[in-house]
Design a protein around this ligand. Structure first.
Ligand SMILES: C[S@@+](CC[C@H](N)C(=O)[O-])C[C@H]1O[C@@H](n2cnc3c(N)ncnc32)[C@H](O)[C@@H]1O
Length: 227
């Protein structure tokens, strides 16, 4: 099984002796993590019976049962504390990911999260939960999927330093600082759409437009060569 571009982007952000892939479905990511030697052992967690069978069959066919253990359960419940150094939760809604993180009794020091949308909810969770945002990319696919890598670190996250708070939370501090071209195109489209709506003067639209313009200003700053 080959990985799609979204899971390839996730793969690039994972390197750990022991890793858990939560909501593994077909176990494509665990198989690639072992084959690419990015992990020595992976726990593939799946809640539902159908995908669990898919994962078991894929791992069996690959002959990688020694390195990948498929476990059934809700989120981190089947993983013992300190059994892993990192975990991935991918291809789910941000609310589902937040629910799994919120129910966990223990979380590993590294998390790689790929929500289908609303990455700002995960960035806000991380700020309140002692995780710093270390890397973020927009992976190609049906639309651009945010892939976020977090590390457990004390103190305020320096990634957000000197950036407008709402814009950085919504669009991503690293993506803004690197003037990501896909984010730039998305922001320009949003500015056009919101500018047309703003003629009606609705406060919520005006606020959304302000955040988009703050984000565009950051991107332009990042693109301006230092004197
Ligand atoms: C849309 S699939 C994504 C599969 C894969 N992670 C990917 O990115 O392609 C989401 C999977 O998560 C599983 N899932 C949903 N909630 C879960 C939970 N609380 N614990 C474990 N697995 C869960 C679903 O059964 C499904 O197989």
């Amino acid at each position: 099984m080959t990985l799609d571009a979204r899971l390839k982007a996730v793969l690039q952000l994972i390197r750990a002796a022991s890793h858990a892939d939560i909501g593994t479905d077909h176990a494509a990511l665990p198989l690639a993590l072992i084959r690419s030697c990015r992990c020595q052992n992976v726990i593939a967690v799946e809640l539902n019976a159908g995908p669990l069978q898919l994962a078991l069959a894929a791992v069996g066919r690959a002959g990688l049962g020694q390195q990948i253990e498929v476990r059934q359960g809700d989120g981190f419940a089947p993983v013992a504390p300190r059994e892993i150094q990192s975990a991935s939760l991918t291809g789910m809604g941000a609310r589902t990911i937040l629910g799994i993180l919120g129910r966990a009794e223990w979380l590993p020091p590294t998390l790689i999260l790929q929500p289908n949308a609303e990455p700002e909810a995960l960035r806000a969770w991380a700020q309140a939960s002692g995780y710093h945002l270390k890397q973020e990319v927009l992976a190609p696919g049906f639309w651009r999927y945010p892939v976020l890598s977090f590390e457990q670190v004390d103190g305020a996250d320096p990634a957000y330093l000197n950036l407008p708070a709402a814009a950085a939370l919504k669009f991503g501090p690293h993506l803004l600082r690197s003037a990501d071209p896909h984010l730039q195109a998305e922001l320009r489209a949003q500015e056009r759409r919101l500018s047309a709506l703003a003629v009606h003067g609705r406060p919520s639209v005006m606020e959304e437009l302000r955040v988009v313009r703050d984000a565009l200003a950051c991107l332009l700053d990042a693109l301006t060569p230092a004197p």
